[in-house]
Design a binder for this molecule. Structure first.
Ligand code: SF4
Ligand code: SF4
Length: 213
C-alpha cells in the first residue's frame, strides 16, 4: 500500500462520524443568508399600479449592462404606474447580472429588489433573459421585498423604500439622496483622443458659449 493511500485513509477515518457539511440537494436545501440576493422582482403598489416609473436609473447604475428598459407614457385610459411613464419593456439578462444589488439601491420607488430565487438554470441562454412578465409581481401581491437595501441606517429622508410623496421621483434633493445621487459632481465632457476633433469640439463649445452656434 503506497503512502498516498494511507494518507487518504487517515483523512477518511478522521472524518467518519462527523456531521456532513454537504446537503442532499434538491431534497434538502440550505438556509439562505439574510442578505442573499437572488433573482429580481418588480413590485406593485397595493392599488395594483406598478412601482416602476421607467426612469432608467437602475439600468444606468448596472455595472454589467444587464437591464434593458423601454419606457412608455401613461395615459388616463391606460395608467400602469403613478408616474408619467412606466416600463413597457423590462428585461434583465441574468447571464450578465452579477447580483450586486446596485439596481435596487438606485431605484427611487422601490420597484426592483433582488429576492431569494436562485434556481435559475436553463439549457438555453435566451431563457436567461427574464422579461417583465416573469419579473412582475402578480396582481393582488404588493410586497416591498425582503432584501435590505441599506446596510447602514439611512438618512431620515431615505428611510423608506418609497421616499417621495406621491411615489414619484421628482428630481428633488430628497429624491437624489434617496437614490444615492446627492452631491455627485457634474462630469465634464470627455474630449476625444484625436487632436483635430478635440479642436473642433472646443471651437463648437466656445461658439455655443458666445451664443453663435
Ligand atoms: S444586480 Fe447588479 S448586475 Fe444585476 S442587474 Fe442589478 S445592477 Fe445589474
Ligand atoms: S430605477 Fe426603479 S423605477 Fe426606475 S426604471 Fe428601474 S425599476 Fe423602474
Amino acid at each position: 500500500m503506497s503512502f498516498d493511500i494511507i494518507k487518504g485513509m487517515r483523512t477518511t477515518l478522521k472524518n467518519i462520524g462527523k456531521k456532513p457539511t454537504t446537503v442532499s440537494y434538491p431534497e434538502e436545501e440550505r438556509a439562505l443568508p439574510a442578505r442573499f440576493r437572488g433573482r429580481h422582482v418588480l413590485h406593485r403598489y397595493e392599488n395594483e399600479l406598478e412601482r416602476c416609473v421607467g426612469c432608467y436609473l437602475c439600468a444606468g447604475a448596472c455595472p454589467a449592462d444587464a437591464i434593458y428598459i423601454e419606457a412608455e407614457e401613461n395615459t388616463e385610459e391606460n395608467r400602469v404606474s403613478p408616474g408619467e411613464r412606466y416600463a413597457k419593456v423590462f428585461d434583465v439578462n441574468l447571464l450578465r447580472c452579477i447580483f450586486c444589488g446596485y439596481c435596487e439601491a438606485a431605484c427611487p420607488t422601490g420597484a426592483i429588489t433582488l429576492e431569494r430565487q436562485y434556481k435559475l438554470a436553463s439549457f438555453y441562454p435566451e431563457d436567461m433573459v427574464y422579461h417583465k412578465e416573469q419579473l412582475l409581481e402578480p396582481k393582488g401581491e404588493a410586497t416591498i421585498g425582503s432584501s435590505a437595501v441599506w446596510f447602514d441606517p439611512p438618512p431620515p429622508e431615505a428611510a423608506q423604500p418609497v421616499p417621495q410623496e406621491n411615489h414619484l421621483f421628482d428630481g428633488s434633493e430628497a429624491s437624489a439622496a434617496a437614490v444615492g445621487l446627492g452631491n455627485i459632481p457634474r462630469q465634464e465632457p470627455v474630449l476625444l483622443v484625436d487632436e483635430e476633433q478635440d479642436e473642433d469640439r472646443r471651437k463648437l463649445g466656445q461658439k455655443k458659449e458666445e451664443g453663435k452656434a
